[in-house]
Write a protein that binds this ligand. Structure first.
Ligand code: PMV
Length: 320
């Protein structure tokens, strides 16, 4: 195989039970286990080749970019996998970059898979997951299709994601893109602030219970329950941001709030629709494939400018 021209493709994932806090920031060890759905629509493709300079270089969507974060991550891979010469990394992001749509998840998963394949190593996905975690925690979950769990673990070896065996189900996730602009509080900074909330320890305990309930709901393909637990978990996470004792903040905009209340209205009308939100103002709506068009139409009536995409369950990492 001429690995120089090989490309890795990893899809984004949306956490239904969130990662929001680190017990070890250097190793990216989370305070909770998390559980996600991989999406078909949003992904990153990455290829690597020898760098033509003496350092790592990075091109994103055909534009030369600052390679600092990529270089920092490649340095970690060099310590873990053995040294390798400077690389040229070329990525195409089919995800709005840094707008709370977890582009870092697909980006670091694709980069990890690509570098490992480029070096001719054959490592299990759980090991790739452990490595990618160091670039971005949520990337640990993007190697697996459908549902994945990231076990919080106690150290570098025990904190990795794996596939959660789950039946097929007609789950859909509508992404309402409130803002395509870069987020104002990065996820690591947001987590540090949230951990200063007096409610943080309770959230961690509640998250463990919700993780168990979510695992059962997924096993039963109970989309209503999956949505309800995901919404509770996400709103509690965002409440931590508001109640932080150090620099409280919110990712919500007026449009976010409006969408949340429209979702509540739809539920009153018997539509299965639940919200989850990440480190940004966008709202992701858990629903069924059958009900997604109705929700899209209703949101479009109120907010004609709102960009809406319907995603369904997506695949794990692939190479071609
Ligand atoms: O992977 P990071 O460091 O970008 O953190 C992601 C955090 C959330 O998206 C808000 C939650 C999650 O579990 O993906």
């Amino acid at each position: 195989m001429d690995s120089t021209f090989m490309t890795a493709t990893a899809h984004t994932n949306i956490a239904l039970i969130k990662y929001w806090g680190k017990k070890n920031a250097f190793l990216n060890l989370p305070t909770t286990s998390s559980l996600s759905l991989t999406l078909d629509r949003f992904y990153t493709t990455t290829s690597v080749s020898p760098s033509e300079t003496s350092t790592d270089t990075f091109v994103l969507n055909e534009q030369v970019c600052d390679a600092t974060r990529v270089h920092t991550f490649l340095k970690i891979l060099r310590t873990q996998l053995g040294d390798f010469p400077p690389l040229h990394v070329s990525s195409d992001n089919h995800v709005p970059t840094s707008a709370g749509l977890a582009s870092s998840a697909s980006a670091f998963a694709a980069l990890t898979g690509e570098v490992v394949a480029y070096l001719g190593l054959d490592l299990p996905k759980e090991t790739l997951s452990r490595l990618a975690r160091r670039g971005s925690g949520s990337a640990s979950r993007s190697f697996f299709g459908h549902f994945a769990v990231w076990h919080e673990g106690v150290d570098d070896d025990s904190s990795f994601a794996e596939s959660l065996h789950a039946p097929d189900m007609p789950i859909a996730l509508i992404v309402a893109e409130v803002s395509g602009q870069s987020k104002k509080v990065g996820s690591s900074e947001g987590m540090m602030r949230a951990m200063t909330s007096p409610n943080y320890d309770d959230w961690v305990k509640q998250s463990a219970n919700q993780f168990d309930d979510m695992t059962a709901a997924v096993a039963n393909a109970d989309i209503e329950k999956i949505g309800a637990i995901a919404e509770n978990n996400a709103l509690a996470m965002h409440a931590l941001n508001l109640t932080a004792t150090r620099q409280p903040f919110t990712y919500f905009t007026d449009e976010t709030q409006l969408i949340l209340s429209l979702i509540k209205d739809m539920r009153r009308q018997g539509i299965l629709a639940y919200a989850t939100l990440d480190a940004g103002p966008n709202v992701k709506i858990v629903t069924t494939k059958a009900q997604a068009p109705e929700i899209v139409a209703a949101l479009h009536d109120y907010l004609p400018q709102l960009k809406l995409d319907v995603a369904v369950s997506g695949p794990g990492i692939t190479y071609d």
